[in-house]
Design a protein around this ligand. Structure first.
Ligand code: C2E
Ligand code: MG
Ligand code: MG
Ligand code: MG
Length: 285
């Protein structure tokens, strides 16, 4: 056996590649079908403000009711959609559906909806026109919207895209840096990028018991405070995580402990329950 591997190794390797190609072709086909048959829908993950004990926003999360896609993370088909260009159609649909959902419920004027925007879309120079057009055609104010961009896509940003973010901000939207700490943004890079909010990735919250992770989280909190960013902790699953992050100075929280992704109309119920205080957080506030 040579270091290059046996013929058998190579055959298994190419089989795996073929299998991966077949799988993405299949996902692509199901994404097309989901778009054509209007099988995509959104669920909303509430954002809890511990300072006022209220839900102050929600993040739109993509779902499909097609059997083939319903059990998969949107990350899987979003990735395929990004490679095939279908993501533009998805993003357009997500923006349209979020605006409609927000129009159809009665929420406080300062309640914000966060929309995940893929990096591909961000790099598309026609995005901003399409986006502004959609928002202007609705009754929603841009100030009710946050656009979530992953840290990885920030790294690809050149001067022109940074201007685009500025334009989105002058339009009135807020920019949110998703999955913070998992990509390659240097602190110095943060200085040059227009951001209003950073989201601590779920991975950090998950491991916050580790001393080192605790230190990293504390640094993010310090930076957010100094740079005047809103800071959201993602993936809160226990009361203890909420309590400890609250003590560390974090104000905004998302996670299954607070609520699973749900209908936007249910968010109002959740707020009513928080008013009468029978829910959670008792040890926190
Ligand atoms: P993300 O934007 O970071 O969204 C947060 C993900 O973490 C969601 O997964 C959410 O359900 C999950 N999550 C939140 N809290 C908890 C928790 O306490 N425990 C656990 N175990 N999970 C939690 P989801 O919905 O599977 O989405 C995965 C990713 O797919 C998103 O990550 C986002 O990058 C992408 N995505 C979702 N919807 C869209 C969309 O409409 N457009 C685009 N372009 N991407 C989307
Ligand atoms: Mg997000
Ligand atoms: Mg995230
Ligand atoms: Mg994530």
């Amino acid at each position: 056996q040579s270091i290059l591997g046996t013929h058998e190794d190579i055959r298994m390797f190419t089989d795996e590649i073929h299998e991966a190609i077949r799988y993405s072709a299949y996902i692509e086909q199901e994404v097309r079908k989901s778009l054509a048959e209007d099988k995509f829908y959104l669920l909303y993950l509430p954002v809890y403000d511990a300072q006022v004990n209220q839900i102050v926003g929600a993040e739109a999360l993509l779902r499909s009711s097609l059997d083939s896609l319903s059990g998969l993370s949107p990350q899987v088909y979003v990735t395929v959609a990004e490679k095939t260009g279908l993501i533009r159609e998805i993003d357009r649909m997500v923006i349209g559906k979020s605006l409609k959902a927000l129009e159809s419920v009665s929420l406080p004027d300062d309640f914000t909806i966060s929309i995940n925007i893929s990096s591909q879309e961000l790099l598309d120079t026609t995005f901003i026109e399409r986006f502004e057009e959609a928002v202007n055609a609705s009754s929603i104010s841009p100030s009710q919207l946050r656009l979530e961009i992953t840290e990885t896509s920030f790294v690809d940003l050149n001067q022109a895209n940074t201007c685009m973010l500025e334009r989105l901000r002058s339009f009135g939207c807020r920019i949110s840096l998703d999955d913070f700490g998992t990509g390659y943004t240097s602190f110095n890079h943060l200085k040059n990028i227009p951001v209003d909010e950073i989201k601590i990735d779920r991975g950090f919250v998950n491991e916050m018991d580790e001393y080192e992770t605790g230190v990293i989280i504390q640094s993010m909190i310090t930076i957010a405070r100094a740079f005047k960013y809103d800071l959201v902790a993602e993936g809160i699953e226990t009361q203890l995580q909420l309590k400890r992050l609250r003590e560390m100075g974090c104000v905004y929280f998302q996670g299954y402990y607070i609520s699973m992704p749900t209908q936007l109309s249910d968010v109002i119920d959740l707020n009513d329950r928080l008013k009468s205080k029978d829910l959670l957080l008792l040890g926190v506030l």
